[in-house]
Design a protein around this ligand. Structure first.
Ligand code: TYD
Length: 208
């Protein structure tokens, strides 16, 4: 692999998308080959899986089914898009990856972090990111941001979960950050946007 695989994680409304946008702009200006993508989605099959998972009508979805769908979407996206870009020397910035499943399905949905890690290890075949930026934002603040931006962000099945669920996701991320200390960098996402972006960029520069 010639490129770098960098993932962004955080609770809903933690600001990943805006940070990624600014980082792309800056790294492109500096002459790096850089692209961004997102999970679940990023390629046709994965986007179709995303639609099934996020459909607000699918309230009867079983948590293990949900975990498998995210893992399936991840697999397709990795093989079809991420790996070829890395082979081509790109820095790939990915909005969510494995750790989302560990925090949301493994911990918050109570399937078990280890069980969800097992499913995902099968799907990604040991393909871990070079670096993960975790934007630490308390759920009550993230949810508030989402509801302030409902004109640009359509609420999906996960957004509509209770605050209690999002608090469990937040707890889940703490556990996951401890499990993968070497790879995950924690950034205070409650700071102003410029500080958050600069802090994230500093971590990224260290591995480039
Ligand atoms: P999205 O609209 O992309 O939200 P965000 O901008 O916060 O990433 O929806 C992604 C949702 O899917 C989000 O609520 C987290 C959830 N999710 C999981 O539960 N498990 C996963 O493995 C992934 C990738 C996402």
């Amino acid at each position: 692999m010639k490129g770098k695989f960098i993932t962004f994680e955080g609770t809903d409304g933690s600001g990943k998308t805006s940070v990624i946008k600014k980082i792309i702009e800056e790294l492109t200006l500096e002459g790096y080959k850089v692209v961004s993508t997102r999970e679940p989605g990023g390629v046709k099959i994965s986007e179709e899986i995303r639609d099934i998972i996020h459909d607000v009508k699918n309230t009867e979805m079983d948590p293990i089914c949900e975990a498998y769908l995210y893992a399936a979407s991840r697999r397709q996206h990795l093989i079809e898009k991420v790996k070829p870009l890395l082979d081509d020397g790109y820095i790939v910035l990915c909005d969510r990856y494995l750790d989302s499943s560990l925090a949301y399905q493994g911990y918050a949905r109570n399937i078990g972090v280890d069980k969800v890690l097992e499913i995902n290890n099968f799907a990604i075949d040991g393909f871990y990111p070079d670096l993960t930026i975790y934007l630490d934002v308390r759920p009550e603040i993230g949810i508030k941001r989402i509801y302030e931006h409902t004109q640009t962000h359509e609420l999906n099945r996960m957004d509509k979960e209770s605050l209690d669920f999002h608090n469990r996701v937040y707890e889940g991320y703490k556990i996951v950050s401890n499990m993968f200390k070497d790879r995950i960098r924690i950034i205070n996402g409650e700071n102003d946007a410029v500080t958050v972006y600069k802090d994230a960029l500093k971590e990224i520069k260290e591995i480039l």
